[in-house]
Write a protein that binds this ligand. Structure first.
Ligand code: SF4
Ligand code: SF4
Length: 308
């Protein structure tokens, strides 16, 4: 079977598994991203994520992630929910954390996709990744033709916008490849830059995470800087503002993944329940959610900032 035919079969299977997007790129070191990453880290824009500075070589080269890498199959799974869930005084949680932890959902699907690839290419090996792996998933999305990086740094697809989870599989098999997406469809737009409440968007499509509410409320366990606290606008876990204002997200499809449906536990939380949640309740309510990635104490600290 030709490499192009194999790629078509892989994309059809990805679609059967529920992925909205699948593109395939030839594996190569993404050397052009090395300098940008180095400058981003040396200017401190990586916040407390020191590991990003130490592993640049590994991050830009898929062969470091998976020896023998020849191809990168990149998948996209939409998670747009339409309007944001809000309930009077209840804090705002980003759409991506409404349901089951997307890392688990996507990894399950990718493992099934890899199994299928090994059926149609006997002996093929591969390693799945989601966004916490040391690989530049947004850059690979562009290489595989899925979209372009918006000014807010997130990959935008023409049909599904930017509310998409990226993942993929690095493979040791040669396949037929998609053309990289080389257009910049942001053109002269600046809406996300103007809307960001904290001025976190740099002028080279990177984010200064020290000012970004998504980083400060999800990844960081440290205090939220005093000058940022009044700009949190009720955000407890994540921030969708720069995506909400993007014209490419107008009219995009609502997600169809049952696991991403807002959980009953989240729907039932009232303002009082949030405030008085014990560590045991936190573990129980969020054990399957991406919110469970955060430790209880820093989570409750973030909640206390919202009441200042
Ligand atoms: S996620 Fe929020 S704080 Fe971060 S860049 Fe976007 S709008 Fe700004
Ligand atoms: S809001 Fe405008 S500048 Fe920002 S990502 Fe969307 S199209 Fe690009």
């Amino acid at each position: 079977m030709s490499s192009d035919n194999l790629s078509e079969l892989i994309k059809a299977k990805a679609s059967d598994l529920g992925f909205d997007l699948c593109g395939i790129a030839a594996a190569r070191p993404l050397n052009e991203y090395g300098e940008v990453l180095e400058k981003w880290c040396s200017s401190g824009c990586n916040g407390e994520m020191d590991y990003l500075n130490r592993r640049i070589e590994r991050r830009i080269n898929p062969a470091e992630f998976f020896p023998g890498a020849k191809s990168v199959a990149v998948t996209g799974l939409g998670y747009y929910t339409g309007s944001v869930f809000s309930n009077n005084d209840v804090p705002v949680v980003s759409r991506y954390a409404y349901g089951e932890n997307y890392h688990d959902v996507i990894t399950r699907k990718l493992n099934l996709l890899l199994k299928y690839i090994q059926e149609i290419i006997p002996g093929a090996k591969g390693k799945p990744f989601v966004d916490h792996a040391p690989i530049l998933e947004k850059a690979w999305g562009r290489e595989a033709g899925l979209g372009w990086p918006g000014r807010h740094s997130i990959l935008i697809n023409k049909e599904f916008g930017s509310f998409i989870f990226l993942g993929g599989i690095v493979l040791d098999a040669e396949l037929g490849y998609d053309e990289p997406f080389n257009e910049d469809l942001c053109e002269n737009c600046q809406l996300c830059v103007d809307a960001c409440p904290t001025g976190a968007i740099n002028d080279n499509r990177t984010i200064d995470v020290r000012r970004c509410l998504a980083y400060l409320t999800i990844e960081s366990d440290g205090p939220v800087p005093d000058e940022i606290v009044p700009k949190m606008e009720g955000r407890l876990f994540g921030c969708d503002i720069c995506q909400e204002v993007c014209p490419w997200n107008k009219g995009i499809p609502i997600h169809h993944t049952p696991e991403f449906k807002i959980s009953d536990e989240l729907l039932k939380l009232t303002s009082g329940k949030w405030e008085n949640m014990s560590e045991e309740e936190f573990a129980k309510v969020f054990q399957k959610s991406a919110i469970g990635r955060k430790k209880y104490k820093p989570f409750m600290n973030t909640l206390s900032y919202l009441r200042k």
